[in-house]
Design a protein around this ligand. Structure first.
Ligand code: NAP
Length: 499
């Protein structure tokens, strides 16, 4: 073996393995940009290229993530990925969501900060916030049912454990990066048990971080405040869907999706990607702005402990933006610049590589987002002992029923079906009480919820529920049954509007 190939072999042996997924649409172009820059910065990475997304769906793999890709990620535990197309329609799940779930990357971290050379309505104000989005639960659990041919229902799942993990993550991140405030953003005023649980956990944990200001804002107000006065935000922690929406909003404040980076962190595993999708209309044209993925790869290098290279690449991107010699189409369009002669993806990448080693003049500090390798592991308190001590009582049952009857006619019929154990407390339609009649006129969608509660002084048994369902099914089509329980005397269910 000659000396040169021996030294190449030695380098390969030291190289950090990373799974790289080129992805769909513009994915391969932006991934090539990021990997070229990382290679040029001299970081020894052994890229393991793997497939996921549209091509995999087309081959008939309905998960969009083949086994070879899963195996590679199991080995490397770090992924740099391009966007993956999500087929619209029934049957197939998003390969992005599948990846996040498979590897339990529960924390989606999306920084948004003012960038030099990227003028916005807020330029000069110094926007610098990090959105920490819960990444596995909420409506993204993807549990949906057609209750009738024309009534669709999706389940919003929020758990105490999932909330605790992400809220702990947000506070730890704030502490590590010397940030002063964490805002919890929920819709707890409407969704009292789901979003409410997230808010409660936040309030329970906040005192553990006395040096950090903790506040709660309703998510719609967060959207309003972000547009009105975005610099008030530092770290925002929120549930999955809220976080999806406000993180796009946040990227819009600082120049758009072309600049929005993200990391998905789990326990000992992380997936880095741009916030944006596959932007199919730009695919293969060498015009897309690769900054979002380059900055995501900077987050990856910090995660891998390659801080010097991460700083060098981040500084080179900032110099490139600041000097404006290579302005990508999206930025030229935003600033009324020369779109026709804008920099190509390759041209921008070349410029970043040329700027490695230089410092930006206008931005003093690098934002050290998410070196999650120093994450404090939370100590879970979810053993059986926690649950053994909580008293539960069966206090009733909700039965969903498809029916062409009016609320009054259905209510009258159901009233006689409770037997001696249960009585019909109310009937509601889409969350509003319609029986006993309250004078409200509610547009029928042929789907009702009958709430049956235990008759006075009666302890309910399973047989009572089964008996009720038997009687209802003789005359009506029931679609779903939910037990009504109390936990330590507190009702584990919400009331209908007007109940
Ligand atoms: P998108 O791909 O993010 O593109 C929407 C628009 O955002 C583009 O038309 C473009 O705006 C702008 N844009 C996105 N990336 C840009 C970049 N790097 N530089 C400059 N501008 C950029 O959203 P979509 O069209 O709704 O989704 C397309 C596909 O991507 C879908 O299949 C979706 O499911 C998937 N997706 C994947 C991920 C992921 O992999 N994590 C995330 C989101 C969406 P202009 O038209 O104004 O130029």
């Amino acid at each position: 073996m000659d000396r040169e190939s021996a030294s190449t072999d030695a380098k390969q042996a030291r190289a950090i393995p990373v799974t790289v997924i080129p992805g769909d649409g513009v994915g391969p172009e932006i991934v090539r940009s990021a990997t070229r820059i990382i290679d040029a910065a001299g970081v020894p990475i052994a890229w393991e290229e793997a497939l996921a997304g549209a091509e995999v769906f087309r081959r008939g793999d309905s998960s969009g993530v083949p086994h070879e890709t899963r195996d590679s990620i199991e080995r490397t535990r770090v992924v740099l990925k391009g966007p993956l197309e999500t087929p619209v329609g029934f049957g197939e799940k998003s390969a992005n969501v599948t990846l996040r779930k498979l590897f339990e990357t529960y924390a989606n971290v999306r920084p948004a900060r003012e960038l030099p050379g990227v003028p916005t309505r807020y330029s000069g104000e110094g926007i610098d916030m990090i959105i920490v989005r819960e990444n596995l639960e909420d409506l993204y659990a993807g549990i949906e049912h057609l209750e009738t041919p024309d009534v669709a229902q999706g389940l919003k799942i929020i758990t105490r454990k999932g909330s605790e993990k992400i809220i702990r993550y947000a506070f730890e991140l704030a502490r590590r990066e010397g940030r002063s405030k964490v805002t919890c953003a929920t819709k707890a005023n409407i969704m009292k048990l789901t979003e409410g649980m997230f808010k409660h956990v936040f309030e329970e944990m906040a005192p553990e971080y006395p040096e950090i200001q903790a506040e709660h804002l309703i998510i719609d107000n967060v959207a309003h405040q972000m547009v009105k006065n975005p610099t008030q935000f530092d770290v925002i922690v929120t549930t999955n869907l809220n976080g999806d929406i406000i993180s796009d909003l946040a990227s819009g404040l600082v120049g758009g999706l072309g600049f929005a980076s993200s990391g998905n962190y789990g326990d000992g595993i992380a997936i880095f990607e741009a916030v944006h999708g596959s932007a199919p209309k730009y695919a293969g044209k060498d015009v897309i702005n690769p900054t979002a993925l380059i900055l995501s790869s900077v987050m990856m290098l910090r995660y891998l402990g390659q801080s010097a290279a991460a700083d060098a690449i981040e500084q080179a991107v900032l110099v490139t933006l600041e000097e404006g010699r290579a302005v990508t189409q999206d930025l030229a369009r935003q600033t009324g610049g020369d779109v026709e002669h804008a920099a190509s993806t390759t041209g921008f990448t070349d410029q970043v590589i040329a700027n490695l080693g230089r410092q930006p003049a206008s931005v003093p500090v690098s934002v050290r987002v998410s070196d999650a390798s120093v994450e404090r592991r939370p100590e879970w308190t979810y053993g059986p002992e926690r649950y053994a001590g909580i008293a539960r009582e069966l206090v009733g049952v909700d039965v969903m029923i498809e029916s062409d009857l009016s609320a009054e006619a259905l209510g009258d019929e159901l009233s006689g079906m409770g037997g001696d154990a249960l009585r019909l407390a109310m009937l509601e339609s889409r969350g509003t009480k319609v029986y006993p009649p309250s004078g409200l006129t509610v547009d029928s969608v042929r789907w009702y919820r009958g709430r049956f509660v235990a008759a006075e002084g009666r302890a309910l048994t399973e047989a009572d529920l089964v008996g009720l369902l038997g009687r209802i099914s003789e005359r009506h089509r029931w679609t779903e049954v939910l037990r009504l329980q109390s936990f330590d005397g507190e009702p584990g269910f919400t009331k209908a509007q007007g109940e």
